[in-house]
Design a protein around this ligand. Structure first.
Ligand SMILES: NC(=O)c1ccc[n+]([C@@H]2O[C@H](COP(=O)([O-])OP(=O)(O)OC[C@H]3O[C@@H](n4cnc5c(N)ncnc54)[C@H](O)[C@@H]3O)[C@@H](O)[C@H]2O)c1
Length: 491
């Protein structure tokens, strides 16, 4: 199944529709959101020490000036969790929700209203109507990557402070547009790279930044490989193919024109505005396993495991390397890919070598056993490794405790009291958050460039200051994507 790399000709295929190869079937089974609602309620309840009952008279147009009013966009895997944390903050008021799936929107509004015990949350199918509201201070955006650019730029131009998700966007050009819009409109930006708000990640980065492992020589970033059926939609499709049990990786082998393809394509469900969901991406037939949650496994809408995780573990790597505003100048990647037109076409296995200033080499890998999941900095005098599941280091004395002893903290990194808390505090103080937009941009760049290297099969030389690929027109074309009309980034 896997091929070493895609040719540039194959890349052109990304830009044309595969609609002509499809036959829309009438299969249209409903998609239960109940687990998501349970997940949301659990998050909100866990975040709350005491139930908060706020009278409805303080909501909406007349929100008190000390309470930040928030609109939330996207109620899928991440939106409910983010929103639950905002609901737990007494100086924040969630007043509006937007989604273009009617079932998701209904869940959002009822979860928010249930929390406040009123009916004040307004529902929107169109983000532009929500952003036009003058009484909304800030927005939380948890939409698929192909929508990040348009929504974030529109929100910044509407002068909303923004909690946006990682990776910053689907392409480097979109990221640059977001950075510009945030800077020009002077809005506060927080990225969903929440690991920075966790003590153990800060402790690891502080050990490195304080010089305790000596000069850094190598950084290893281990990310997941393959694909995950997050939406749990694969079994239904596999059943249509007559497979009662099956590996969801089968979806990475199904291409237009095959008998299997005919069985997995269907009409979009009534509740989803599929045309708008595709938005600026390339239009194609509806396949349930490449829409909600699983959009990450097709380069039309996402960036695979590499771009899904780069905003977590490379973000932490950069924190320890003091690279929040810089990055690698040379990258070479190798990956294994399904066919370019397969339902899931993102890399199943990948390895990128990136050259940073001061002779530091970073390896970013998925599916390679020699690179442990998480972030590991290796220096002349020792090493530190950190992941969500743990912390390890060459020096046993550094292991105890979530925080580094004061005397070891030669460099004290930004401390946040919680990722959403930090965003709201920064909206009030107008100070940078713990993961401002420039940080998110630089954290994702190695992922984007590594992918471009894998897709073209060439080493990429990157001008860090000018943010340009040097001497490679074909690779430079992949810094942006054509937008499907009428969608465009706000001028
Ligand atoms: N920080 C984290 O730990 C973390 C974890 C998971 C996902 N994420 C990020 O969150 C974002 C969303 O991912 P997800 O897994 O929740 O996706 P999802 O598919 O589960 O949910 C996205 C929701 O957005 C809606 N939507 C899509 N386009 C829209 C538009 N133009 N206007 C309004 N609603 C729209 C969809 O209908 C859906 O309900 C991604 O950027 C992802 O990388 C972050």
């Amino acid at each position: 199944m896997a091929i070493a790399r895609w040719s540039l000709r194959a890349l052109q295929l990304l830009k044309i529709t595969d609609q002509k190869n499809s036959r829309q079937s009438t299969l249209n089974k409903s998609y239960s959101r109940s687990w998501n609602r349970r997940q949301f309620l659990k998050t909100a309840a866990a975040a709350l020490a005491l139930p908060t009952i706020v009278p409805s008279s303080v909501f909406g147009q007349n929100a008190p000036s000390n309470r930040i009013t928030l609109g939330v966009v996207g109620w899928g895997m991440q939106g409910p969790g983010n929103t639950g944390s905002f609901l737990a903050l007494e100086d924040c008021q969630v007043v509006a929700a937007c989604d273009l799936d009617k079932k998701h929107l209904k869940s959002a509004v009822s979860a928010i209203n249930d929390h406040y015990k009123n009916q004040d949350c307004k529902a929107y199918a169109d983000y532009r109507e929500m952003f036009a509201r003058k009484d909304i201070d800030a927005v939380m955006l948890a939409v698929p990557d192909h929508w990040h650019g348009i929504l974030a730029v529109a929100a910044a131009k509407a002068k909303k402070d923004i909690y946006g998700e990682k990776p910053l966007a689907r392409t480097i050009a979109e990221q640059q547009a977001i950075v510009r819009a945030v800077q020009q409109n002077k809005v506060i930006w927080q990225t969903g790279s929440w690991q920075r708000s966790q003590a153990l990640f800060r402790k690891a980065a502080e050990i490195v930044r304080s010089g305790h492992i000596g000069k850094i020589t190598r950084v290893e970033v281990g990310l997941p490989a393959g694909h995950n059926d997050f939406a749990r939609t694969a079994p239904e499709l596999l059943e249509r193919l007559g497979k009662t049990k099956g590996d969801c990786e089968l979806l990475a082998t199904i291409v237009p024109g095959s008998p299997e393809w005919e069985k997995v394509v269907s009409a979009p469900p009534e509740e989803l505005d599929y045309d708008t969901w595709i938005g600026p991406a390339r239009m194609g037939p509806y396949v349930k396993t490449r829409v909600h949650m699983n959009w990450r496994w097709n380069y039309n809408t996402g960036g695979g495991q590499l771009l899904d995780w780069v905003g977590h573990h490379v973000d932490i790597a950069h924190w320890g390397m003091d690279c929040d505003n810089s990055g690698p100048s040379e990258l070479e990647g190798h990956g294994e890919f399904p066919a370019v037109n397969a339902i899931w076409n993102t890399a199943t296995k990948y390895r990128i070598e990136a050259k940073y200033p001061n002779d530091i080499t970073m390896i970013i890998a998925g599916g390679h056993d020699d690179i442990r999941g998480g972030t590991k900095w290796i220096g002349a005098d020792g090493w530190v490794w950190v992941n969500r599941s743990g912390f390890d280091t060459s020096n046993p004395d550094w292991k105890a405790g979530k925080n580094l002893p004061e005397e070891m903290r030669k460099v004290k990194l930004y401390e946040s009291a919680g990722h959403q808390r930090n965003f709201v505090d920064c909206i009030k103080s107008r100070q940078p958050t713990i993961t401002p937009v420039e940080t998110a941009h630089h954290s994702a760049i190695p992922g984007h460039l590594g992918l471009i290297s894998m897709l073209t099969g060439r080493k990429i030389r990157w001008d860090v200051k000018q943010e340009e690929i040097l001497n490679d027109t074909g690779a430079s074309e992949l810094l942006s994507r054509p937008y499907r009309a009428p969608w465009q980034l706000a001028a």
